[in-house]
Design a protein around this ligand. Structure first.
Ligand SMILES: Cc1cc2nc3c(=O)[nH]c(=O)nc-3n(C[C@H](O)[C@H](O)[C@H](O)COP(=O)(O)OP(=O)(O)OC[C@H]3O[C@@H](n4cnc5c(N)ncnc54)[C@H](O)[C@@H]3O)c2cc1C
Length: 406
């Protein structure tokens, strides 16, 4: 019930549910598990403060807030935008309204405040949090995960729980220790670098996406944080970084080319990786579920993981509660979780993964043609099919290689 208990219940206490990681997805999962009837839910977090340092461009749609029972607040929504502008290397532009632009367009968060707020929502449902507490290994007995070995300020101890949920983010070790999956291939990792720039000149009513060789295999983003302030960053496919240039070098070159940005002042820097891998075959084993970035539900095209992770978190919390209440937490019993989140998210994840695989091969001229073809189209819908149809009307040769996706 408290965000930081005075006396950590180290030795004997056994939990209904242990969540590893107090990112937004871990806290939201814990909140829905508690709301659905679990009394003893603990979230452990290795950092000393929830939400910082921020490693995110903070762009989200907020269309899913109601479903997740999140009340909009100016405390954590820094800006709202009208839509997204996409730019090709030659400067062709298309503008897409936020209704159809997808899960990363609509608002720009203050992630540090947002993550804390989600933790508070969980605490309101009597979830306990323990900070500066790092999971070091999973404990497995007879093939079932029964808890984790953890450490806190030099002290090592074990935490037992009926069910463990790994919500430990992109670098999830819980998934690896449990043998659920392997490391991600370099071609499926975006290496990201971002500055928060202030005193810049740009259009703060839109999020901006620059495609092509400015960010090989990824894109450059400008996400508004105010009239003259924005998150300016990029993601580059790790396998395309040959050692001669870093992601930061690419970003510095991009900023240097843009008059409105080059005189800005840096107030923050972020480096991090994003998985753009397809979803794993399974995110469960006996006594264990994975959720959020740890379950690799990041959109492979945009690299956005908050919206998908949040939708998955609600399902995870509900199904975790059911499984623990019934006393059945084996992989078969957890298959309802797998089915429900896959029904909701998997088809789009696979489609966007395939689209990403094609997009990383495109040359600058092809991006020019695509954006040119879309620039005068009435984009009332943003499906793969509708986009390919519009591109095909102007450049039929371009859509041939995408046809198998249809
Ligand atoms: C540069 C960058 C830009 C991004 N931009 C966007 C964007 O604009 N929009 C969007 O939707 N997504 C974006 N993402 C992705 C987004 O940040 C993630 O999808 C989101 O944070 C996932 O939340 P999570 O709770 O699953 O994981 P995280 O937010 O990573 O939280 C995991 C938590 O687990 C903790 N933890 C890890 N290991 C342990 C351990 N062993 N013991 C205890 N605690 C542990 C970590 O400290 C962390 O607090 C971006 C990512 C990066 C790197």
């Amino acid at each position: 019930m408290s965000i930081e208990s005075e006396e950590p219940p180290f030795d004997t206490e056994e939990y209904d549910l242990l969540v590893v990681g107090a990112g937004p997805i871990g806290s939201m999962t814990a909140r829905f598990a508690a709301r659905n009837g679990l009394d003893k839910v603990l979230v452990i977090e290795k950092r000393q403060e929830i939400g910082t340092p921020v490693r995110c461009a903070e762009g989200v749609s907020i269309s899913w807030f109601d479903e997740l029972d999140i009340e909009e607040s100016e405390d954590f929504i820094k800006s709202k935008v009208l839509g997204a502008k996409l730019y090709s290397p030659a400067g062709n532009t298309v503008t897409i309204g936020k209704e159809i632009a997808g899960d990363e367009v609509g608002a720009v968060l203050e992630r540090d405040i947002f993550d804390k707020r989600v933790a508070m929502m969980a605490a309101e449902e009597d979830v306990d949090f323990m900070l500066k507490t790092q999971a070091r290994d999973v404990m497995i007995e007879d093939g079932k995960v029964v808890g984790v070995k953890a450490s806190r300020m030099g002290e090592s101890f074990e935490i037992y729980a009926d069910l463990v949920i790994g919500a430990d983010g992109f670098e999830s070790q819980i998934g690896r220790w449990a043998g659920i999956y392997d490391t991600i291939k370099p071609k499926n990792i975006m290496s990201c670098f971002q500055y928060r720039l202030t005193d810049i000149d740009y259009d703060p009513d839109y999020t901006h996406f620059y495609l092509g060789s400015d960010a090989p295999g990824g894109y450059v983003w400008i996400f508004p944080k105010g009239e003259r302030e924005a998150n300016v960053g990029l993601g580059i496919q790790l396998s395309q970084l040959d050692g001669s240039k870093t992601a930061k070098d690419y970003l510095d070159e991009f900023i240097d080319k843009h008059q409105g940005l080059k005189n800005g002042e840096t107030v923050d820097m972020v480096a991090g990786g994003v998985s753009v891998a397809p979803p794993p075959e399974s995110v469960c084993m006996d006594g264990l579920m994975l959720v959020g970035d740890a379950a690799r539900v990041v959109d492979p095209i945009t690299g956005g993981g908050i919206a998908n992770g949040m939708k998955q978190a609600k399902i995870a919390g509900e199904e975790a509660a059911e499984a623990v209440k019934k006393g059945k937490v084996d992989k078969k019993a957890l298959s309802r979780y797998e089915e429900r989140w896959r029904d909701r998210l998997e088809e789009k994840l696979w489609r966007n993964f395939m689209a990403k695989e094609k997009a990383v091969e495109l040359e600058d001229e092809e991006f020019d043609m695509i954006i040119d073809a879309l620039s005068d189209a009435d984009l009332s819908e943003l499906s793969t099919e509708s986009l390919l149809k519009k591109i095909g009307e102007k450049h039929p040769e371009m859509v041939e290689s995408f046809e198998e996706m249809l």
